[in-house]
Design a protein around this ligand. Structure first.
Ligand code: SF4
Length: 118
């Protein structure tokens, strides 16, 4: 399976052609430096993203709490995590870094507040 991955490690944005299967990378072409090898390999085998979103606040109708994952989450798990987050309400007061959802979907990642409220 071939996949073109744009490296976002630096502004050059190399287009890296990755060839491999679900478990391994056979070849890479187009990277400008070795950081691109690591980026494209990870992106090909297990792409991850920081999840940034908002959650409801208990008893508050006119405001929402911004949150993010404290570590990157596998892209495969993002929709499942959003289903959980949609049904969560934060209780005030909240400090920056407070855990709103612990170990979301068994990922060993916490969803934390990025704003103090209350
Ligand atoms: S491969 Fe290297 S030079 Fe190219 S975008 Fe990535 S970090 Fe920058």
């Amino acid at each position: 399976m071939n996949k073109e991955i744009i490296c976002t490690v630096c502004p050059r944005g190399c287009h890296i052609d990755v060839c491999g299967d679900a478990n391994s990378v056979a070849s890479l072409e187009g990277y400008g430096c070795k950081r691109g090898i690591e980026y494209a390999t990870n992106e090909y085998l297990n792409p991850v993203r920081i999840l940034t979103t908002i959650v409801k606040i208990d008893g508050v109708d006119n405001d929402l709490l911004p949150v993010r994952s404290n570590k990157p989450i596998s892209k495969d798990k993002l929709f499942e995590c959003m289903d959980v987050i949609r049904n969560v309400s934060a209780k005030l007061p909240v400090k920056i870094g407070d855990v709103i959802v612990e170990n979301i979907c068994g990922t060993d990642v916490n969803i934390v507040a990025t704003k103090a409220l209350g």
